[in-house]
Each structure stands twice: as structure tokens, then as C-alpha cells.
Write a protein that binds this ligand. Sequence first.
Ligand code: GTP
Length: 597
Amino acid sequence: STTDHIRNFCIIAHVDHGKTTLSDRLLEQTSTVQRRDMKAQLLDSMDLERERGITIKSHPVSMLYQLDGKDYLFNLIDTPGHVDFSYEVSRSLAACEGALLLVDAAQGIEAQTVANAHLAMEQGLEIIPVINKIDLPGAQPEVIEQQIEDVLAIPREEAIHASGKSGIGIDDILEAVAKRLPPPRWTEGPCARVLIFDNVYDTYKGVICYVRVFSGTLKAGDEVMMMGTGQKTIIKEVGRFSPSMIPEKELAAGRTGYVVTAIKNLTEIKIGDTITQASDPASTMLPGYKEVRPMVFSGIYPLDTSDYNKLKASMAKFQLNDAALVYQPESSVALGFGFRCGFLGLLHMEIVQERLRREYDMDIISTYPSVVYKVKLTDGTIKEVHNPVFMPNTDLIEYIEEPTIRATIHTPSSHIGDILALVSEKRGMCDHTETVDGTRVMLVCTLPLNEILIDFNDRLKSITKGYGSMDYEIGEYQQSDLVKMDIMVNAEPVDAFSSIVHRDKAESRGRVLCERLKEIMPQQMFKIPIQATVGSKIIARETISAFRKDVTAKCYGGDISRKRKLLEKQKEGKKRMKQIGKVSIPQDAFIQILKTS
Ligand code: GTP
């Protein structure tokens, strides 16, 4: 058929196993880009991505390849590696027929290797295992081959040994893509079915959708319909990335590329939706479409209340580029006016906050993150609560349910005891364990999502000295004995510090929070009590003693300019404080507090 020469594939890997380096090498080898034109790393574009070493969003790239006199069109689709974006990963995989599964030759199989491989298998993709970084002195290709066979049930003979750095095995990989991966599937349908697997906002063109055409064709001028939302629009442009945008007359069945429509707002186009021709619509959508729902919520407030409008404008602008972020205005007694924001997960939350600070130059405070609780009230109704402030009074509550996760943890066997202790400390249960090879184990655990929000991953890394990894998927809701804990500073509740905790943990957590606050808060002009309460009961208490800090005292008689500098500095310090009643709380306190418990 006419699509025999097309291969749509992606590269899946654990963080840092060398995906970007290898992708760049494939582009270079197929002369899609010249070596001298390549920036150090072509596919990762945002600064933050580079710093954190995660791929958030990169576009699909088309390459031309020849083998035995036959011309192939390869479309390499990038997938974000992190679990927060797992729906996006699954949509990107759905656009492919095959995947290169990279495994670091020294590190071996990690949590995301397994999670991503399973996602790819669920989509029915053909998998080519690649043992990467074979040039490393610590490379153990035989051990890794065994892991691939044991953990993923892929025959070891299929693994290609490669190095994105030195170029070993690159030709083998390209040849395997042509020979082992199947041509595009589902091309026969009479009507157009086009999967939107990702999208980005472009200031000039509006929303650019990354698409995979399964059947039919799309071209500029077509009136199309989004089957999930029912929205109709006109196609303005179609084309491919090679690697920059190259417009084409049409995108036919089997192809991967981009589509620009008249829709200007990212939130109106859903990832996973199916585009069809409005005049001749397909009868069924492509499988797998779902609305993504935020899992983690947190308040974001301007440090300086007069910055509210600036923050509002920044949030609106931010959402243009990130449709997964949801927000609505809220107000807090302690913090004034701000926004309640919903995120896909913790990493997503951190990225949003960090970008607001850096790219939008906002001084912001974020409140303790919360999951979405389902509260069964005595009147029989169910209320969803994602802000502790709105937790109903205990006498109105029949029970509370919280979301759980199913976590897969990989760790060196020597740390298994400590990991099990951590899981149980976090109210988790280990469902089963499996040996990866003589030195590593895989644990499958169920944990409350709330318990892994803050420091679970850091703790895991520190216990395993960096050799452990985790991946998770959202599990069921479960009933738990949860209570709302408030923090009172100078007898006033600081709503931004309220949180929902398990009853058994309230006291120890309250104590830690009070101690931490005492450490963080500067001494004030008067004595201040800090208390943790559950209902009307005080469960922990600390006192900040009175003291007046005079930073200039030591420069007695000294040089005036130095004294002025210190005063300036003190003023700076004041600016970064939040006034709560008569007490100033440093901006930092809100962030520091997040890191306890
Ligand atoms: P994320 O996109 O952040 O998940 O990372 P990645 O998987 O794209 O990894 P990347 O290509 O950024 O490589 C991670 C690190 O491994 C970098 O320091 C690379 O220089 C190094 N690296 C990548 N490929 C090889 C290789 O074949 N051999 C060696 N020795 N190092 C490599």
C-alpha cells in the first residue's frame, strides 16, 4: 500500500538514560540536521527542562532514510518521561506503531523503564530494546539483557547495543526501525480519523496540534470537527517538522505532522481528541480519549497583595501554554486574594510555580498542596474537597475517602528494609515484590497520594543513595480516618497552613510544624504562641520569645555607608514578609513548611 514506507515510532526511557542524545544522533545520521547546525541538544527546548533533565514537550520530527534502495519516511515522536504527564505519554504512544526502549547499560532497568514499556505494550506497540551508553566503562550489557528478558519478557537477542555519544549501533537502530516495526495501522477507514496527541501555543499561529492521521486526509481549508468536544473549525495549515515547520499540501493516512486551525485557545483543544471531516464525519472516535483531571491542588498568592492583578494576567498567559493547568480565584484570610490551582501532579506543580517565579518574575507564596477528598456527608451527599479550609465540620461528616496510588519502586536489594519502613510510615502497603536480578528488587505498593506529595521521592533517593526510582499510577479511593489540622499563630488561625492528615499522625505532624515554624519565624517584638489544633483541641504548642533584632548594633560608630547598607538589607527582608495580624511571617516559611512532615 501507499503507506508501506512510513514508520511512526517513539523513544521511551527512564530519565537520563540518554533519549535526547540518541534522538539527536538519529537526526544527524539521516542528515535531517547537519552536525554544525545542532545546538548541544536539539529536542529539549525549554531551559527549565534542560536544568531538571526532563522532557516536557518536544515536537515530532520527520526523517528520510534509505535501505536497500527503498526510501522510508520515519516520524520520531517525543514522549514526556514523567508520570505526571502519563496521559500525554499514552497519547503519544497511541500515535506510533513501535518504540525504542532505551536502557542505560550501567544503570539498568528503572521504574520509568517498566512503566513506559507497559504503556507501550498496552497500546500494542512493537518494542525494540536498546542497551544504550555501551561506551561507559561500567556498562554491563549481559546483565541488562537478562533484566530485559526477566522483567519485560522481551527475548534478549532482540536488544541492540548502542551509544548515542560515540555513535555505536546507530545504523543498527535505523535498520531495525525500517525492518522490525510495522507500517501504519488502521489506514483503511473511509472517513478521516486524526489523533491529536499533543499541542502547543504559538503567538503567531495560535494552537499547533501535533497529529497522527490514521485514515483519510487533512488539508488547509477543510472544515473539521473535534469528535470529543463537538467543536467545529477550519484548518489553516498542515505540515511536518523537519525539524522546523514545513507546510505541506495535505497530510494523508499514516502520516504524522502538525495542524493549525482557527482555534486560538489551547484549552479548547483536547489532547487525545479525534479530528474528523465535518461534512463526512467518522462514526467512532479513536480509542483512549479522556478528560484529564487535576490530582493535586494548591493556592498561589502574590507575596505583595498589590500584585494580584499582575498575577492574574500571568496565570492567564501561562494557561495559554499549559492547558493542563486549571485555576480559579480564591481568597485566604492569611494571604489575601490569589488562585486555587489544579495540577496533574507534584512535578507539574513545581514546574508551574518555578516558571511563574522565573519567567513571569512573580513573587509568590504557595500553600500546602492537597489532593481531592471525597467527603460523604450525613445528609447522604458527596462533596469533593481540595482545600482544607472547606472541609465540613466533623459532625456533618459520615466518612472521608482519599485517592491512592499504585507505586512501582525499584531499589537495590540491600535497601529493601528501609524502603518497606518508609512505605509503612507513609501509610502504604506493599502488595508484592519481585527480583529484577541478583542485586535489585521491584516493589509494587499501594499508598495514599497525600502521603507522597511532599518528600517521598527525596526520601527514596536518599535511602537508596540515588539508586532507587519510583513511578506511579492513580489508584482507587479509600476510606481513611482523616482530620483537619489548623495552625494558630498568635491565637489566629493561619488558613494557608491548614492541612488534612490521618488522625494517628496529627499530633506528631503538628509538633513538627510548630517546631519548624518556630525555627523559621524571626523573633518578634512580643511573645508569640504557635499552636496546632484539631477541632478545638490543641495538640502541639511552641512559643517564640520576644526579642528585638537590631542589625546595626554591631556597627557602633562604624562607617555610615555600611550601616545604611545593612538597613537597606533589613528593609529588603521586611518586604519579603507576610503580615498576619500583628505577626510577620517570612515568605520562606510557607515554602519551608511544605518540606516538613
Ligand atoms: P531526559 O530527556 O532528561 O529524560 O534525559 P535523556 O534521557 O534525554 O538523557 P540525555 O540524552 O540528556 O543524557 C543524559 C546524560 O547521559 C547526559 O549527561 C549525556 O551526556 C549522557 N549520555 C547520553 N548518551 C550517552 C552515551 O551513549 N554514552 C555516555 N557515556 N553518556 C551518554
